[in-house]
Write a protein that binds this ligand. Structure first.
Ligand SMILES: *Cc1c(COP(=O)(O)O)cnc(C)c1O
Length: 378
């Protein structure tokens, strides 16, 4: 049998090895060194707008530090998009705070501005003004930032923009990750670029970056000995992994272009098929990096996501269900949820993510097309 076609795997291609070697030769293997500085500079240049980037051990760590910097404490409430990976919400729990989940809208799959405002108003009426809003650009698709930012301003609530899946996506000419009060990136193995594991926090001010580094390196006070007045974390990225990140930055543009091409391949493949719709940009002012290409089955169709999942699996092709909404997860079953039409749940029930790695070959695509059409026509 031919080798497995995976959903999304690491794709090396720049000077990764050179930078790792440099780190080893100069013995800068700890969470300090040139690679970290360069990797952060590369990201700052890429994102623009004079933003400050702090390289961390994961995207989850970046969300946790963003919550701390936003002042989220025990018993606070934080609003979070329900249709996302659990890592968007877990750090709220690390702080002893409570996630309040909000439904998605049909065209973006991201947080529904109308439901968001309903949630904010209702929480305020209960004496619990949310301390932060975590929004996500799911699968790389930009959320409706204009509306969400204006709500956040109106109610004076900071936005944590979980752009873990959206490096390279754009909203009205601005890069995702730069649109909230705090931006979060992930360099996990399956993301657009990877450092094997890693993440970054994007802040507007140097002072916030310094605070993030302080917290991420065990909150050591300025003394000759180990003095601590705050809780600290071990969240800084290692200089070796930052070397991989530097190499990956050299291929970021190419990787995004490849993912967009893969999405175009799927658009063409599914165009004649009435029962399936491909998830695409909802207007021309936004650009998804198409981290993962996703489809939705018409609920009246005889075919369904599980059927295609199993059919692909039988042909050694990996696919993945859409993130199961967090308000439906056992761990969050007591948490409040705001939404009227179960959009996130419907997307979960009728959707599937297809292989989208930037290293997918033409041969892989031919195989996928054959197997998919074979299932849909059968
Ligand atoms: C991957 C991911 C994260 C977590 O990033 P890690 O680097 O794996 O900790 C958070 N949110 C979303 C939406 C993600 O896809």
């Amino acid at each position: 049998m031919s080798s497995k076609i995976k959903l999304s795997t690491p794709h090396m291609g720049g000077g990764e090895l050179k930078y790792i070697q440099e780190a080893l030769e100069t013995n800068w293997v700890a969470p300090a060194g040139e690679n970290i500085t360069y990797f952060e500079n590369n990201l700052e240049e890429y994102l623009g707008q004079n933003l400050k980037v702090t390289a961390l051990s994961s995207g989850t760590a970046a969300i946790h530090l963003a919550l701390i910097l936003a002042g989220v404490k025990k018993n606070d409430e934080v609003i979070c998009q329900s249709l996302t990976f659990a890592a968007s919400a877990f750090p709220i729990m690390y702080q002893g705070a409570t996630p309040i989940f909000v439904d998605s809208e049909k065209d973006t799959w991201n947080i529904c501005p109308k439901c968001l405002e309903e949630a904010i108003i209702d929480r305020i009426s209960k004496g619990k003004k949310p301390k932060a809003i975590i929004l996500v650009h799911i699968f790389g698709m930009p959320a409706k930032m204009d509306k969400i930012v204006s709500l956040a301003k109106k109610y004076e609530i900071p936005i944590i923009e979980d752009a873990a899946e959206a490096l390279g996506s754009e909203y009205k000419g601005k890069k995702c990750g730069t649109l909230g009060d705090f931006g979060v990136l992930s360099f996990n193995g399956n993301k657009i670029i990877t450092t094997s594991g890693g993440g970054a926090l994007v802040t507007k001010k140097q002072a916030l970056k310094e605070k993030a580094i302080f917290l991420a390196t065990q909150s050591k006070d300025d003394e000759l000995w180990y003095e601590h007045s705050n809780i600290g974390y071990n969240y800084r990225m290692s200089n070796i992994l930052a070397g991989i990140g530097r190499g990956q930055m050299e291929t970021l543009h190419a990787h995004v272009r490849r993912r967009v091409e893969i999405h175009q391949f799927y658009e063409k493949l599914f165009k004649p098929i009435e029962s399936v719709k491909i998830f695409s940009e909802y207007n021309s002012k936004i650009k998804s990096n198409h981290w993962l290409s996703c489809i939705l089955f018409n609920s009246k169709s005889k075919r369904n996501p599980l059927g295609l999942f199993n059919h692909l699996k039988a042909h050694n092709i990996e696919s993945k269900f859409i993130w199961k909404p967090l308000h439906l997860q056992p761990i969050f079953k007591e948490n409040e949820f705001y939404g009227d039409n179960n959009i996130a749940e419907t997307i979960f029930n009728t959707g599937l993510c297809l292989p989208s790695g930037s290293n997918l070959t033409t041969e892989n695509k031919d195989t996928i097309a054959k197997v998919v059409l074979n299932y849909l026509d059968a």
